[in-house]
Write a protein that binds this ligand. Structure first.
Ligand code: ZN
Length: 155
């Protein structure tokens, strides 16, 4: 798929992990907000939307979506990727397919296992399961050897 790669800094990966861990033993969703730059999708904000969550689900209520949309509009950003945790292994559930916030072709949805308890900045890309939305609106897992083509951690 011809999509510009997502670029995120190590500090933003660290912030992502910290926010996911702070949620404790419940699922947590974060949104990577950014903008298009020449040849890349640059993450500028790691954003935790207002959400209701328990150990095996999350929901962004209508108010959370409204606050998000206002932020995107006023800051000129879009939701580049979403990241969420699972209590067990990382996969894309039917609910994840159906309720994904990111909907543009080539969008990434990243799932981290075990509430991100063992995730580190260095191993983020290895631990993460990365899914990409195709032009037929289906989520496909990106093979680990192809993840660096889609998602880069750069200072
Ligand atoms: Zn999920």
């Amino acid at each position: 798929m011809n999509t510009n790669p997502v670029e995120i800094s190590p500090a933003q990966i660290a912030e992502t992990i910290q926010l996911l861990r702070d949620a404790g033993r419940q699922e947590c969703i974060l949104l990577w907000l950014g903008r298009r730059e020449q040849g890349i999708q640059r993450i500028v904000d790691v954003y935790k939307p207002i959400q209701e969550a328990d150990k095996d689900y999350f929901v962004i209520p209508r108010q959370g979506m409204a606050v998000l949309m206002e932020r995107l509009r006023t800051q000129g950003l879009y939701v580049v990727s979403q990241v969420h945790t699972h209590p067990g292994r990382a996969f894309h559930s039917h609910a994840d397919d159906k309720w994904a916030i990111v909907r543009h072709t080539g969008a990434l949805s990243i799932v981290l296992p075990f509430f991100a308890e063992s995730t580190t900045v260095e191993h983020f890309l290895q631990e993460a399961a990365v899914f990409q939305l195709d032009s037929r609106n289906r989520w496909n897992e990106v093979a680990s050897e192809n993840v660096p083509d889609q998602l880069r951690v750069t200072p």
